[in-house]
Design a protein around this ligand. Structure first.
Ligand code: FES
Ligand code: FES
Length: 161
């Protein structure tokens, strides 16, 4: 099948890639760029483990064609930490014991990252509703919700500091 050329910004770097029209974003991230943080669970939009941010929104990378992301800006879990310290969401998931096997964690954190960036006021309910798109078989949602609330507070304090 004829390949198409795309240009995508991933975690701050531009990549020019040749993809098949049917290639999914998750495959290009994992197989071409070696970014394996986004996980394939169901492969059909049900579990959220493949969540990344595309142009600031949480998307399921198993449902997005790489060609659809042409020109776009993608953030994956690997690009979340900006300095020497982990991102506040990463720190909070650890400090609130919101991780067990960790399979759902990258997707859940990237869903939370988009939520925090796009919503000024977060409540326990709004976070719980948003995270319900990410299936977690081990930890449940109480601890991740607490972690997201903590990270949102920490980020707000950093901005106001
Ligand atoms: S692998 Fe994408 S939603 Fe499950
Ligand atoms: S921590 Fe295991 S699936 Fe969520």
């Amino acid at each position: 099948m004829k390949k198409v050329d795309i240009r995508i910004n991933v975690n701050g770097d531009w990549y020019e890639l040749s993809v098949s029209p049917g290639d999914r974003l998750i495959d290009v991230l994992r197989d071409q760029l070696d970014l394996t943080g986004a996980k394939e669970g169901c492969g059909e939009g049900e579990c959220g483990s493949c969540t990344v941010n595309l142009n600031g929104q949480a998307v399921l990378s198993c449902l997005v064609l790489a060609a659809q992301a042409d020109g776009g800006t993608i953030l994956t879990i690997e690009g979340l930490q900006k300095g020497p310290e982990p991102h506040p969401l990463q720190k909070a998931f650890v400090s609130e014991s919101a991780i067990q096997c960790g399979y759902c964690t990258p997707g859940m954190i990237m869903a939370a990252n988009a939520l925090i960036n796009n919503k000024t006021e977060l409540t326990e309910n709004s976070i719980r509703k948003h995270l319900s798109n990410s299936l977690c078989r081990c930890t449940g949602y109480d601890r991740p919700v607490k972690a997201v609330l903590k990270a949102a507070k920490d980020l707000k304090e950093d901005i106001n500091a």
